[in-house]
Design a protein around this ligand. Structure first.
Ligand code: ACO
Length: 323
C-alpha cells in the first residue's frame, strides 16, 4: 500500500526576538507571570517585510533542501494558516509563485492551531488517493498582526514563524512497522466558537479583527480533548503510549503539554517542547517543534512520532507517523 513518508523538514523564524521582559512597559505583566503560567520565555515577531508568505517560502525552501529536492519535484502545496497575506488568493498560491513553481496546485487550509495536523492528514489522503506524489505541507503564521497589543491576557502568548514538511509517496506493507503516516484522528465542535476567535472578517465587519480568548475556558477543555483524540489514534493504530518514541504537541502552554503527557502516560523525556522559545505560533507550532527535534538529532529514521494540536473552533486532532 501507499504510505506518505516524511522526506524533509524546514523552519523559518522572524529576525526579531521579543523577550517576556519586553512586555513589561507595554501592559501590566511580568516575565515571572508569563513564564510560570505558560512556560513561554520569548517569541519571534515579524517585521513589516516578513509575512506569512515570505516565512512560508523560507521554511519550504529549507524543507526542500533537507529533502534534496527542488520545487519541480512538488505536485501540491497545502498551507495551514489563519493569517493569510490577503483574504484571497490563497497564500499557498503566492508561495507556489515565490518558489517559481508553475505546475501542480496549491491551497490554504484553515483550522487555526490544529491547521498543520489537518494539513498532514489532507496531504496524506491526496498521496494515498494517487492525486499527488510529493506534497509540501506548510504551517505559517503572523499572529502578531491580529493581536490586541493592549490585552495582556492574549498578547503575551503568541509568536510568528513557519515550518514545512515534504511528504512523499512510498511503499508500505500495511503494518505499524511501515514508515509514513499510520493513523490520524480529527475533530471539531463549533459550540466553542466564542471561547477563541477573531472579532473581524470579510463577511461580517469587513476588517481583519483581533484575537479574543477566554484562556481559562480553553485550558479547561484542552487536556480532555487532546487526550481523547490521541487515545482514538492509538486505538486505530493498535499501539499504546509506551510504543511512542516522540510526542510533538501543539505548543500553546507548557502546563497543557505536561498535563496531557501525564494523563496519557507519555514519559517526560519523549516530549518535544519549544513553547519557551517560540510562544504559540498556531499552525506553525508543530512543524517548528518537529524541525527542532530533527535538526538536533533527537528524531531519527524509524522513530514512532505522535503529533497533536488543539485550537480555535474548537478544532483538534492527532497524527501518528513513523519517521
Ligand atoms: N500578566 C499578568 N497577569 C495576567 C496576564 C498577564 N499577561 N494575563 C492574565 N492575567 C491575570 C488575569 O487578569 C487574572 O487576574 P484576576 O485573577 O485578577 O482576574 C489572573 O492573571 C489569572 O488569569 P487566568 O486566565 O485564570 O490565568 P491562567 O492560569 O488560566 O492562565 C492562560 C492564563 C495562560 C491564558 C491559560 O489559561 C491558557 O494557557 N489557556 C489556554 C490557551 C491555549 O491553549 N490556547 C490554545 C489554542 S490557541 C489557538 O487556537 C489560536
Amino acid at each position: 500500500m501507499i504510505r506518505s513518508v516524511v522526506r524533509g523538514m524546514g523552519a523559518a523564524l522572524p529576525r526579531r526576538i521579543m523577550k517576556n521582559a519586553d512586555f513589561e512597559g507595554m501592559v501590566e505583566t511580568s516575565d515571572e507571570w508569563i513564564a510560570q503560567r505558560t512556560g513561554i520565555r520569548q517569541r519571534h515577531i515579524a517585521a513589516d517585510d516578513e509575512t506569512t508568505a515570505s516565512l512560508g517560502e523560507a521554511a519550504a525552501r529549507a524543507a526542500l533542501d533537507d529533502a534534496g529536492l527542488t520545487p519541480d519535484d512538488i505536485d501540491l502545496i497545502v498551507l495551514a494558516t489563519s493569517t493569510p497575506n490577503n483574504t484571497f488568493p490563497a497564500t499557498a498560491v503566492e508561495i507556489q509563485n515565490r518558489l517559481g513553481m508553475h505546475h501542480g496546485f496549491a491551497f490554504d487550509l484553515q483550522a487555526v492551531c490544529s491547521g498543520f495536523v489537518y494539513a498532514v492528514t489532507t496531504a496524506d489522503l491526496y498521496i494515498r488517493g494517487g492525486l499527488a506524489k510529493r506534497v509540501l505541507v506548510i504551517g505559517s503564521e503572523t499572529f502578531s498582526r491580529i493581536l490586541d497589543w493592549s490585552d495582556r491576557s492574549t498578547c503575551v502568548l503568541f509568536g510568528d514563524g513557519a515550518g514545512a514538511m515534504v511528504l512523499e509517496a512510498g511503499e508500505g506493507a500495511g503494518s505499524i512497522a511501515d514508515r509514513g503516516v499510520l493513523a490520524a484522528s480529527l475533530r471539531s465542535d463549533g459550540t466553542h466558537k466564542d471561547k477563541l476567535y477573531v472579532d473581524g472578517g470579510p463577511s461580517t465587519t469587513g476588517t481583519v479583527g483581533h484575537l479574543r480568548m477566554e484562556g481559562r475556558e480553553v485550558f479547561k477543555h484542552a487536556v480532555g480533548m487532546i487526550t481523547d483524540v490521541i487515545e482514538a489514534t492509538f486505538s486505530a493504530a493498535g499501539i499504546t503510549a509506551e510504543d511512542l518514541d516522540w510526542f510533538v504537541p501543539h505548543q500553546a502552554n507548557k502546563r497543557i503539554i505536561d498535563a496531557s503527557a501525564k494523563k496519557l502516560g507519555i514519559a517526560e523525556q519523549k516530549v518535544v517542547v519549544t513553547v519557551d522559545l517560540h510562544g504559540n505560533t498556531s499552525a506553525a507550532s508543530v512543524p517548528l517543534a518537529l524541525s527542532a527535534a530533527v535538526a538536533d538529532g533527537r528524531i531519527q529514521k524509524g522513530d514512532l512520532v505522535l503529533l497533536e494540536a488543539m485550537g480555535g473552533g474548537f478544532t483538534w486532532g492527532a497524527v501518528l507517523l513513523r519517521w
